[in-house]
Design a protein around this ligand. Structure first.
Ligand SMILES: [Mg+2]
Length: 238
């Protein structure tokens, strides 16, 4: 069995805290000889951190833009899932954005991002957020809001496309019934729409009204928020 999971708000609490539940999830899945693949909007360097500190073999980072994995020698490898021309377009748009909005708070890790950039929207007034989003619409730049960032990119990137490519290329023998996904926010919506076994942890209730496509299973109650929900649910499968 393989468990794909969002990170912030799903494996962490309130998008910030790594609790004992996170370590219990890792241990439980590892002991069962199954696999956890984190699918996050965080940067590629977070993928390096996760692979070097936990018993994981692969992560899908930057909202599905890049796969970071260990090869057979244990070396960290990266596979970007967009064309070089899209990366060039992203670079020039970012310059243009900074020209139009010199104070736009790009996340500190944006310099280390490969296939997307991120904005710290919590430092912005709502009207300013809307102006920036309108600007991206006009420039035909894709974006999505997680519970920590507004991420933007060029090319065809989604968590679902990243997971689909990962399964086809790296785990081709997996059966659909043995693959699960956990998430908590609108940037997980492509998975809720297209991935069969999707589960929303209970804190998803805050943004359910904004989702056109909801998870197939929605957990309820404080005891199923974030990593507690993931752990409780995984245990019911055994
Ligand atoms: Mg999240």
């Amino acid at each position: 069995m393989i468990f794909f999971s969002d990170f912030d708000g799903t494996l962490t609490l309130e998008g910030r805290e790594l609790t004992k539940d996170f370590f219990d999830i890792i241990e439980f899945i590892h002991k069962k000889n199954h696999e956890l693949v984190i699918v996050s909007g965080r940067s590629i360097s977070w993928g390096h951190f996760l692979l070097t500190h936990f018993p994981l073999k692969a992560c899908i980072m930057e909202g599905g833009g890049v796969i970071v994995y260990l090869d057979e020698r244990g070396e960290i490898m990266e596979e970007p899932l967009v064309e070089v021309s899209e990366l060039d377009k992203l670079r020039s748009f970012t310059t243009k954005l900074k020209h139009h909005y010199p104070h736009v708070p790009l996340s500190r890790d944006s310099f280390g991002r490969l296939t997307d950039r991120a904005i710290e929207f919590h430092l912005m007034e709502q009207s300013w957020i809307e102006q920036v989003m309108d600007f991206m619409n006009v420039e035909k730049i894709h974006y999505s809001k997680s519970n920590v960032h507004i991420n933007f990119w060029c090319g065809n990137i989604s968590k679902y496309l990243g997971v689909k490519h990962f399964i086809e290329r790296y785990r081709p023998h997996l059966l659909e019934k043995d693959c699960w996904f956990f998430g908590d926010a609108p940037n997980d919506e492509s998975m809720f729409e297209l991935f069969h076994n999707s589960v929303g942890v209970s804190n998803i209730k805050h943004c359910l009204h904004r989702l056109k496509h909801k998870p197939r299973i929605i957990l309820e109650g404080e005891e199923n928020a974030g990593p507690k929900g993931v752990l409780n649910f995984i245990k019911t499968l055994y």
